[in-house]
Design a protein around this ligand. Structure first.
Ligand code: FES
Ligand code: FES
Length: 151
């Protein structure tokens, strides 16, 4: 076992990990933050999305030891009010993808300048959803962007 120290949702965190642990496992099983979900486990679905030093990543692909000294944010850190546009527009059904979608959506809303070079659907392409058909997700993120632009 090795000791991992990093910043988790804005607070210092220290946890004993196995060198082979994935960040996803450490968050869910060692730290009890089960909001982050495992879908495919191989970097394709985005259900496990967290922010690492401010950028969305698939936590199932990140060796936990690599976040030593880094900043990690999980879905538990999001303001519930920020998720309201997703709910209002029907962006969730079974909910399996929703934490990952929320992490990507809130990152886009916080970085609207990225839309100068990428479409919303491109930016959301790393988060697969088997239920919604994506229209509700896109509409929800667009509504959040519109609200942010008006603020
Ligand atoms: S569980 Fe990580 S990308 Fe699917
Ligand atoms: S709401 Fe079911 S996978 Fe997206």
């Amino acid at each position: 076992m090795i000791t991992l120290a990093f910043t988790l949702n804005g607070a210092p965190a220290t946890v004993e990990i196995d060198p082979a642990d994935r960040l996803l496992d450490v968050l869910r099983e060692r730290l009890g933050l089960t909001g982050t979900k495992e879908g495919c486990g191989e970097g394709e679905c985005g259900a496990c999305t967290v922010w690492l030093d401010g950028l969305p990543v698939n936590s199932c692909l990140v060796p936990a030891y690599q976040v030593r000294g880094a900043r990690v944010h999980t879905v538990e850190s999001l303001d519930p009010a920020a998720l309201e546009p997703l709910l209002v527009h029907g962006a969730t059904q079974c909910g399996a993808c929703t934490p990952g979608v929320a992490m990507t959506a809130c990152w886009i809303v916080g970085h609207p300048e990225i839309l100068a070079s990428h479409s919303l659907r491109e930016l959301l392409a790393g988060n697969l959803c088997r239920c919604t058909g994506y229209d509700g997700i896109v509409a929800g993120v667009q509504a959040a962007l519109d609200a942010g632009a008006r603020a």
